[in-house]
Every structure is written in structure tokens, then in C-alpha cells.
Design a protein around this ligand. Structure first.
Ligand SMILES: [Zn+2]
Length: 411
């Protein structure tokens, strides 16, 4: 079997797998035994809310997957990509990097146009319907435009950078790209709270008072230096709750959504932070960045190899590896390869979440607040309380609410 056929079959298998998983996720887990365990902490209405929210836009999400599948397929398995590149090259009088940028713009624009109606439906219509979003239509337009400009801008910048490396370092790009992406992700972690967060949120330092004192005491107990604790005004946009750490070393910051502070007791907020501290004290971020650098290196070698073999076979329309028209092909290979690696990443993530939960319990010794936080968060976010075990294995980055509660009970 030739490579083109193999890739095509894998591509079809991938979309079939996605659709089967969507169906399983729709079904959930209806075992009566699980139902009984859930009803110890939740009501039937909570279960129903989670089911309805989890099933929202089922057909729209399938349609979106299929359209994306077709678009990528068109770019890879027809001469479209190569023709577009040739057309742009003529228009720009063969100025290479201008052609690259324009090609990326057209590709990103096609993807954005396809996904925009779905963004509107999922991010605006359904979020309102389920009582989460408080955004006006104008708010939504502004937010979506900012996100689009930012992601397309950063995407094109990084893509052009990658093309530059592929073109200039034909032997060593497989080393330069993983190392470069390692450095970039470290830089990004530091710059994100300074440059990106302010574009989307207003935030201010937490008010003096008992909550701040409890947070400082918790950080002292965990021997963590934190530059400051900030409160983000998520309540302006939605009812979703969250808390996270950013940065390294002395510029480490804690961000709390104001929704978290409004809906939870101080002990519960402290329990959530205990979990975030757990991530930090187990060096999860550093471990993840290291592993993903190794993964990127492996992917580069694999992509380079598959590219050469496919080009030799001459059944897919391919220019050079640094040609912009090759990018959709590389994207498709990446998405096939990542359907193998993503369950591994998700299993690792669930393991790390467990470690962080455990640390929260050890630090706060307050399993009552831990459990009540889990219950409130699941209710507030309309979490699926009975997810299908296969969906959990392949897609979930966190253990289920019930697993987390059970762990605390056993503490
Ligand atoms: Zn976590």
C-alpha cells in the first residue's frame, strides 16, 4: 500500500473515531451503580443539567468537525494548495516570505470563516441559553475579533519563523525547532500575564483582609514566594470559575476569578489554591514543557521522514518542505499523530491533577472544603457527572468530579 493511501485511510479513521467518541460522549455512563454514587452528593437535576450542557450543540459540533475535515482534505489531497502558492508567487513577483505570509493568511482566513458561525453558536447563543454568558453581542464581537487577530497574528509569525528555519537550516531544523519552541514557551509563560491577560480582562490586586491573609499563610506554609494575588473580573463575561498560577521564580502571580470569590467560602478558595500550589510544588509545568520538547523533537524527525518518503512517491502534490503549500499536509500529519499522543498526554494530566488534589488536602487538611468546592464547581459549571469512561480516557484532562470526591473521602 502506498503512503498516500495509508495517510488517507488514517485520516478517515481519525474522523470516524472522533464521531464515535462524540456519540459515546453524548451517551455518557448510565450504570445504576454510578447513579447511586452521584446521588450521595448531587440531585437528579444536577445530573440532568450536566447531561444537557454536555450534549449542547451535538449536531453543530459534528458538522463543524466534518467541514474542517473536508477543508484540510481539499488542501492536502487536491492540487489546490500548490496552485494557491503558485498564484500568490506570481502576484508577489516571487518574493518568498511575502508569499508565505499571504498563503498563511488565506489558509487561516478560510479556517476562521468556517469556524465563525460555530464560535457564535457555541460561545454566544448556547452560553446565554445555559445562563453562563453575560456578554452583549458587541462584547462578543470585540472579544472574538481580538482573539482572531491575536491567534492569526501569532500563528503567522510562528509559521513564518518555522518556514525560515526549514529553509535556512536544511540539516539541523529537527534540532532547532524543538529547542526554539522550548525557549518560546518559557518566554510565553512569562509574557502571557503581562501582555495577553490585560487585553481580555481587567484585574486588580486582591483587597486586604482575611482572604488575602489566608492565602499568604497558605503560601508561607508551602514555602512559595508569590509576587502578588490578583482578582480577574470574569463576572462581567460569564459565571465560570477558575484560578491559576503564572510565571516563574520571583514574578510568580496568582490569578483568581472574582466569580470564584463570590460563590465560594474563603476556606474553599484556599482549597482551590492549595491545588494550584500542588501543581507548582510537583513542578508540573516544567515537567510538561520538558516532555513536550521531547515530543516535538520526535515529531520533527517523524514528519521529516514521512515528508521525504511521500515526496519520493510523488502521489501527493508537494513542493519543498519549507514551501507554504506543504503546511496543510504537515498539519494533517500532525493531527493524525497527535490522536495517538493525546490520550497519553491526558492520562499524564489526570495523574498530575490527582497529585495536585492530594497536595491541597495535605496542605489545608480540610477535606470538607475540598469536597464542597468540588460539588459547587460541578454545579456551577454544569459538569457532566456521568461521563463515558472512554471519553474520560481519551479526552479528559481532569479526573471526574466523583473520582476527586472519592479521593478526598479516602484522605
Ligand atoms: Zn489542576
Amino acid at each position: 500500500m502506498n503512503l498516500r493511501t495509508t495517510i488517507l485511510i488514517l485520516y478517515f479513521l481519525q474522523i470516524s473515531f472522533t464521531l464515535v467518541m462524540k456519540y459515546l460522549s453524548y451517551q455518557g455512563d448510565n450504570s445504576p451503580e454510578l447513579q447511586d454514587r452521584i446521588l450521595k452528593y448531587f440531585t437528579n437535576t444536577d445530573i440532568q443539567n450536566g447531561i444537557e450542557y454536555g450534549r449542547r450543540g451535538f449536531f453543530a459540533s459534528i458538522l463543524s468537525e466534518i467541514l474542517d475535515f473536508i477543508l484540510t482534505g481539499l488542501f492536502v489531497f487536491t492540487p489546490l494548495s500548490k496552485r494557491l502558492e503558485n498564484y500568490l508567487a506570481t502576484k508577489t513577483k516571487d518574493r518568498f516570505y511575502l508569499t508565505v505570509v499571504l498563503f498563511f493568511l488565506v489558509f487561516a482566513f478560510a479556517k476562521a470563516v468556517l469556524s465563525l458561525p460555530f464560535n457564535y453558536y457555541f460561545g454566544f447563543v448556547l452560553e446565554h441559553q445555559f445562563g453562563f454568558s453575560k456578554m452583549s453581542f458587541l462584547d462578543w464581537v470585540i472579544r472574538t475579533s481580538k482573539t482572531l487577530v491575536l491567534t492569526i497574528g501569532i500563528g503567522i509569525l510562528l509559521g513564518t519563523l518555522a518556514v525560515f528555519v526549514l529553509k535556512q537550516f536544511r540539516k539541523t531544523w529537527k534540532i532547532i525547532i524543538p529547542v526554539g519552541s522550548l525557549l518560546l514557551s518559557l518566554l510565553f509563560t512569562i509574557l502571557f500575564p503581562i501582555l495577553i491577560t490585560p487585553l481580555f480582562y481587567d484585574y486588580k490586586p486582591i483587597e486586604e483582609g482575611s482572604l488575602k491573609n489566608k492565602i499568604v499563610a497558605l503560601c508561607d506554609l508551602a514555602k512559595i514566594k508569590v509576587e502578588n494575588v490578583y482578582v480577574i473580573n470574569e463576572s462581567k463575561y460569564s459565571g465560570h470559575t477558575n484560578a491559576y498560577f503564572t510565571g516563574f521564580g520571583d514574578n510568580r502571580k496568582i490569578f483568581l476569578y472574582d466569580t470564584l470569590i463570590q460563590n465560594h467560602t474563603e476556606e474553599e478558595v484556599v482549597s482551590v489554591l492549595g491545588h494550584e500550589i500542588g501543581h507548582w510544588s510537583h513542578n508540573h509545568q516544567l515537567k510538561d514543557i520538558t516532555l513536550s520538547t521531547i515530543e516535538t523533537a520526535l515529531l520533527c524527525f517523524l514528519l521529516g521522514y514521512i515528508f521525504i518518503k511521500t515526496k519520493e512517491e510523488n502521489k501527493i502534490h508537494l513542493n519543498e518542505i519549507h514551501s507554504p503549500s506543504t503546511v496543510p499536509f504537515l498539519f494533517l500529519l500532525l493531527s493524525i499523530l497527535s490522536s495517538f499522543s493525546s490520550p497519553v498526554w491526558n492520562s499524564l494530566s489526570r495523574f498530575q491533577e490527582k497529585e495536585a488534589d492530594w497536595e491541597a488536602l495535605v496542605l489545608t487538611k480540610d477535606k470538607k472544603s475540598f469536597i464542597s468546592t468540588e460539588i459547587k464547581m460541578a454545579k456551577d459549571n454544569k459538569s457532566r457527572l456521568n461521563p463515558n469512561p472512554w471519553t474520560v480516557f481519551f479526552y479528559h484532562s481532569h479526573p471526574t468530579t466523583l473520582e476527586r470526591i472519592r479521593m478526598a473521602e479516602e484522605f
